[in-house]
Design a protein around this ligand. Structure first.
Ligand code: SF4
Length: 430
């Protein structure tokens, strides 16, 4: 592994300096006044859409869809839209949106304000999971500051849907905003027009909105000055696990995986990295020299997803850790689709048997069959995430699997977990 003296940090999104500097005065001192259009400036929408398209910004909530394309679709609608800022952060191992919202809430709101003005929106809903009160309070305080300063062009409010894993999924979010439960209702194949109260609704992640706030100020050329040609800009990562300096890192896209690990204080004994989130994938050491870009990670069978990076030490057991994730994910099913409700617990149980060394090749065959059966069969992508991470575990930890089948569990299977796994009861859906 390459060694680094310091983390590969680039401060753009987190330039204001932390929660103690999150106020409007400091935000304006660091970033200057937000350039907003005159009321009758009809060219603002195409100008902003063009700037975002030129910037190459993609969604930072996990999907990675081109932000400009999504906005152009909304700009073509006749009805005035609703803007939803997705700050749900349902991934237990992710805290990047929380750190962004508590450190730079005005940058998030700048992006939402620009989008609302460009699209002539009727209002902005800042969606924060009910179990993330620090995030909700920081954003609500920032909204009050902006209201007092006369900086809000439309009604802007924080709303708090239930804090469940799938509550931040786009169709679940608009379902809840429309008065329903925060459960997914269909697979969002982008680009799709989502609706709240019959109005077209733009849902963008908080980090994506903050980047729009930066592009609106500094332009697309500035935005592309850091990052990779095919993946410009910076991204926020939540780095945890076997590292001495866990935390939130803002890195240029294209930074190598091993630079992130050494920057966060990992030593040489890293067996694998969980990338993206609990519906993500494990990366083996052969991919540690790869750049963190969507294309390079796709080649490695992974994706940056929600920016979760969990380093797994060689002393841990990747099979046992994945079994824990699979059990937790099974408990987060919204209980609507048979393959998800019955398939995920069965998958988790098979993987537990393999991790515990109490199984045979027939259990492995049954598990592979179940993965094939469940894949693509849910109303949302939740079960596919479980299939993805379990398949990647069977591949990345293939030698461990063979050893478990041959001689029983490794010592690592009894090691303390490095994963954040909150209690199962995520509360009601409404
Ligand atoms: S696939 Fe699972 S989480 Fe998704 S809607 Fe169906 S039951 Fe709910």
């Amino acid at each position: 592994m390459t060694t680094l003296d310091s983390p590969p940090v680039t401060q753009r999104l987190l330039a204001t300096g932390g929660p103690e500097h999150a106020g409007l005065a400091n935000h304006l001192a660091v970033h200057g006044t937000l350039p907003v259009p005159e009321r009758r400036d009809r060219d603002f929408a195409p100008r902003l859409v063009a700037a975002i398209e030129q910037s190459g910004l993609t969604g930072r909530g996990g999907g990675g869809f081109p932000t400009g394309k999504k906005m152009a679709l909304l700009a073509a609608q006749r009805r005035r839209p609703v803007i939803a800022v997705n700050t749900m952060e349902g991934e237990p191992a992710s805290h990047k949106d929380e750190v962004l919202a508590t450190s730079s809430p005005h940058l998030v709101l700048d992006g939402a304000e620009l989008v609302a003005r460009a699209l002539g929106a009727v209002g902005i809903k800042v969606c924060v999971a009910h179990d993330r009160p620090a995030t909700a309070n920081a954003l609500a305080f920032a909204i009050d500051e902006r209201a007092a300063a006369g900086l809000l062009s439309v009604p802007t409010e924080v709303v708090t849907p239930p804090g469940r894993y799938v509550s931040g999924e786009e169709s679940a979010l608009v379902h809840w905003l429309d008065g329903g439960e925060s459960t997914p209702t269909f697979r969002v194949e982008k680009p799709t027009i989502l609706r709240v109260g019959g109005r077209p609704t733009l849902v963008d992640n908080a980090e994506t909105m903050a980047n729009i706030g930066l592009i609106g100020r500094y332009g697309p050329v500035w935005f592309r000055e850091v990052g990779a040609p095919d993946a410009p800009g910076t991204t926020l990562l939540t780095v945890s696990g076997a590292v001495s300096r866990p935390g939130i890192y803002e890195i240029p896209l294209g930074t190598r995986v091993d630079r992130v690990l050494t920057g966060a204080g990992a030593d040489s004994g890293i067996a694998a990295v969980l990338l993206g989130g609990y519906g993500g994938a494990w990366l083996g050491p052969q991919h540690f020299s790869s750049p963190l870009t969507p294309s390079a990670m796709a080649t490695a069978g992974a994706s940056i997803g929600a920016g979760v990076v969990v380093a797994l030490a060689t002393s841990s057991c990747g099979l046992a850790e994945t079994a824990r994730i699979a059990h937790w994910m099974a408990g987060e099913s919204a209980g609507q689709c048979g393959p998800c409700v019955f398939g995920l617990p069965a998958i988790a149980e098979d993987l537990t048997l393999l991790a515990a060394g109490r199984s045979s090749h027939s259990v492995l065959e049954r598990l592979c069959h179940r993965l094939d059966e469940v894949e693509g069969r849910g109303a949302c992508g939740h079960p596919d995430g479980v299939v993805r991470i379990v398949r990647s575990a069977l591949s990345v930890f293939a030698d461990d699997l063979a050893s478990h089948l041959r001689s029983g569990p490794c010592p690592g299977s009894r090691a303390h977990t490095v994963l954040a796994l909150p209690g199962r009861d995520g509360g009601p859906w409404r």
